[in-house]
Design a protein around this ligand. Structure first.
Ligand SMILES: [Mg+2]
Length: 405
């Protein structure tokens, strides 16, 4: 067996650092944000974030038994060690990798603080000083996701007028790129399982997209997300029907497992097709990139394996001339980790922001000004990911029944 444990003894003394503790705190935003801290004997604490979902804090807790005593500067080796150690316990993808992602981000933050460098510098330097953000929007009251299930609002919330009004509001906030959900309750008629869209359902979606495009004009980038609902034929019909609106992309039209089906949909339309947020590690995205099964790839760094693994995916995407637009529903911690990534990869396009309804989102970190201004985030020059948690705000929104820092 390959041994990824710490056998690297030859180290300059100032960089001979050990991990002393790892902790998690689940903060209740519009999603459950799994925040992770990695403490060291150098007095530096790294902060990271894993994508939501049950079991992540428990998996992070488990890693303590082999990560304590390790050197946090060996970020890439420790990611492999986590996957290796956990592979006999839960496999090499899935939640194990989600847990590893947040630890990996915390290690980059710790490494940056230990070396007095921003994370983008550790990733190889920057291509841009600001990272462009697209805002995830919901029409009217639209739907809320609670406990992983979709709760739909009343029909009025899904009118083309409601979508257009929300688009106008968000554009007036300074965003130059938007995304709405386009999967609706009506998609379940007449059958909730077969993924076929009726002509009426497609027409309703066309009217929504037309109304938004008319409201915001052609210069604002506009994407729609369908959350893996449709059959191949319905996906192709919808994507072709929307071609005239020159979308930034249409996302997750079909379920995520079948690469050939994805390729079939992507090839069938000139509407750019995006997918990738619920795939794990580079292996689950490689075929999609080398077969041109996707026009824009959208891995989630807090799911897919952290910043290093997303860099590897971005490399493969660049090799195939495909842009990368990371999925992101994080607190400011995961978001700012993605900002460093966005700075450091040449083929980066836009980064998601998904917390418009959380009015204390910025308060979670110590700073005086909002992170996002006029639809962009400035790439921080401070060491690490460049933001620190406001522990009072973390505590105020800690998920009941879960541990705090
Ligand atoms: Mg999505």
């Amino acid at each position: 067996m390959k041994d990824f444990s710490n056998q690297i003894a030859n180290r300059e003394p100032s960089r001979d650092v050990e991990i002393t503790d790892i902790n998690t705190c689940v903060v209740e935003g519009n999603f459950e944000w799994n925040l992770i801290t990695v403490e060291t004997d150098a007095g530096v604490t790294g902060i990271g974030e894993s994508y939501r979902g049950g079991g992540v804090p428990e998996l992070v807790e488990y890693t303590k038994r082999f990560l304590i005593g390790e050197n946090p500067l060996d970020v890439q080796r420790l990611f492999r060690r986590i996957v290796q150690e956990m592979s006999g316990h839960g496999g090499t993808t899935g939640k194990v990798v989600t847990a590893a992602s947040g630890i990996e981000i915390a290690l980059w933050d710790a490494a940056g603080k230990l070396l007095d460098l921003p994370v983008y510098q550790l990733l190889g330097g920057k291509f841009r000083d600001e990272v462009r953000i697209y805002c995830d929007c919901h029409a009217g009251e639209a739907y809320a996701v609670d406990d992983g299930y979709t709760e739909y609002a009343d029909a009025e919330a899904y009118s083309p007028e409601a979508y257009a009004a929300e688009a106008r509001r968000v554009v007036d906030m300074g965003f130059t790129a938007l995304k709405f959900d386009l999967d609706l309750e009506a998609d379940n008629d007449p059958d909730p399982f077969n993924g076929r869209l009726t002509n009426g359902a497609i027409e309703h979606k066309r009217e929504i997209v037309a109304a938004v495009r008319e409201e915001i004009g052609s210069e604002i980038d506009l994407a729609f997300d369908c959350h893996w609902d449709y059959s191949v034929e319905s996906a192709k019909r919808l994507a072709c029907e929307l071609e005239e609106f020159d979308l930034m992309w249409l996302e997750d039209l079909i379920p995520p497992e079948n690469m050939n089906a994805q390729k079939e949909v992507t090839k069938a339309t000139r509407t750019p097709i995006a997918t990738g947020e619920n795939r794990f590690r580079v292996h689950e995205l490689s075929d999609l990139l080398y077969d041109h099964g996707v026009d824009i790839v959208t891995p989630d760094p807090t799911t897919v394996g952290g910043l290093g693994e997303t860099m590897r995916i971005a490399d493969r995407a660049e090799e195939n001339y495909i842009p990368i637009s990371p999925h992101n529903v994080c607190s400011p911690i995961g978001t700012m980790a993605c900002v460093h990534l966005g700075a450091a990869i040449p083929n980066f396009d836009v980064l998601e922001y998904h917390a418009l309804e959380v009015d204390w989102w910025d308060d979670l970190v110590e700073r005086d000004e909002p992170l996002i201004r006029d639809g962009y985030v400035e790439v921080p020059e401070a060491p690490g990911i460049g933001v620190e948690l406001d522990e009072r705000v973390v505590e105020a929104h800690r998920l009941e029944g879960t541990a705090g820092f």
